[in-house]
Structure formats: C-alpha cells, structure tokens
Design a protein. Sequence first.
Length: 306
Amino acid sequence: MARTAAEWIARLNADERTVDDEQAFRAWIAADPAHAADFERATDIWALVPGTDAAMRPVPVPVPVPAPVRSLSRRRMIAACAGTLVVGGGGMAMMQTAMAGTRYRTGIGEQRQLTLPEGSTLFLDADTDVRVLASASRRRLWLERGRVALTVKPTVVPFAIDAGRGSFVAGSGRFDVRRDNDDRLAMTALAGQADVAIDGGQRHLAAGQRIRTDAADAVQVDRPDAETTQAWQSGRAAFHDDRLDAVAAEANRYSLTRLVIADPHTAALRVSGMYRMGDNVALGQALSQLLSVPVRQVDDRVLLGG
C-alpha cells in the first residue's frame, strides 16, 4: 500500500499529469479510507527526502549535486526515490523511521530539553518515551509514557498530541501532558487552548484548565495551580493527600535508589507537600518523620514501614 501511495505522488506531480490521472486518484482515495492516510504519510516522507523539487517540499533543503548531472522530471525523480524508499531493504527502514517520527527517550532521573525542527520546544521529564513528527506541514507527537512540557510555536498548522486513550489538537501556547503506565492521563493548557478527545468524548480546554482521568477512570476538568503543575521542571514534585505508595512510585522515576513500601499497611498513608526529587534516601527520612514510620536502607533500596 505504501508503494502505491508513493507512485501516486509521482503521478500527480508529473509534468504530463492528465485529467484522467486526477480522476483515477480520486477513485483510489474513495475506494478505501486507509488510502488517504497512506497518501498523507507518503507525502510527509517525501518532504524529508533531500533533492526533490522545491514546489513539493514544505521546507527546501539545499543539496550539493555533482556535475555534470542530467535534468530529471519531477515524476522520474519521485519515482526513483519512491522505489528506493519502498523496495530497498535499507530504504524500507528509512521509510518506516520517517513514518514513525523521531523517537526521544529519557531514563530514570534524566530530563531533556529539545527544540523541534519547526521551532516548538519540548521538555521531557524522567522516564519518558515520545515520538515526534515536526515539519512546516505536519506537527504531531505520540506520548508513549511519561511527561512532557510543550511550547507550541505559532503557525497555521496545529500541533496534535496522541497519548493513548486521549489526544488533543493545540494551537500556539504552553501545554503539560502526562501519561502514566496505567494509562491515566493529565493534560493542562498552561497558556493557549486545545480541543481534546478522551474516552470517546470531545471537550474544549481553555487556558488554565486541566483534563485528567482519575483512579476510577472518571474524566475530570479542573484548574490546577500553575506552579505546582510545573514543579517537576525544577526537580520537585507536589503531592496533595496522595497515597504513600503513589508517592514512592513517583519518586522512583527520579532515582535508581528505590523507595519501597515494606509494610502494606503503610501504603495507604496520605502525603501532602512539595518535595525535592532525586534523593530517595533523604526523601525516605523526611517521610519517616512526617508519617512516624520506620525507615532503613538495604543496598539500593530505602524501606519504609515494617
């Protein structure tokens, strides 16, 4: 199917394109809903290939060409590249990479700041996994796990974010998006607005609002404190009447020294406050004093309770 889409790009951009070509293309699109998606992906990939006709490329990339060189029509150039991308073994890998976007990951305790090709910025929290397609014609991010702060550069092309059970399409502004391993979501529009689709429902998210799913999978909309929402960007975490086991799970995203609840009865104890992340030994001692539970360190684990 990808090869057919690439061939259509070549056919439609050929110098000798005819009305019959256009009618055949419309028939191909109408024959299967997947054809439109295939064609869009192939177009995105073509935009990444150096040396193509400037009229077809959202962001022209100058490529030195050794002389002498024969002039090629757009159709011949596209068809040649399409064959390389789709048929060749290495070309197939290149096409799959382009279709999937660029992948960025952070490990335990690691944070990373990125400037995307079209000018938006992305800040990845610890233990985060994302894929990104960012060009002048298409902007999309897939959040597989973790948390990101996204500052969207103003442009006519919206920024789409896919986070599993939820997604949103945002204009310019600042957004905070989190996806936990249990697929709970939280999306906050710190500045700007977004249209949200979550669990089959459609909502509009205004500046200052957050939409999230709770432990019971209910969808809630509220207005969180902006400083608390962004605390993770400075290495802190804010808790408000959270269970101790949830606090431990959050702390373990930032330290290889694991915070472990040794006594199941202490797991349901409640914690509030702002804490520095990254040092689970110090955090364990602070929680021990706050909750009046014993703490001890065993190798690379800090045991609370028991």
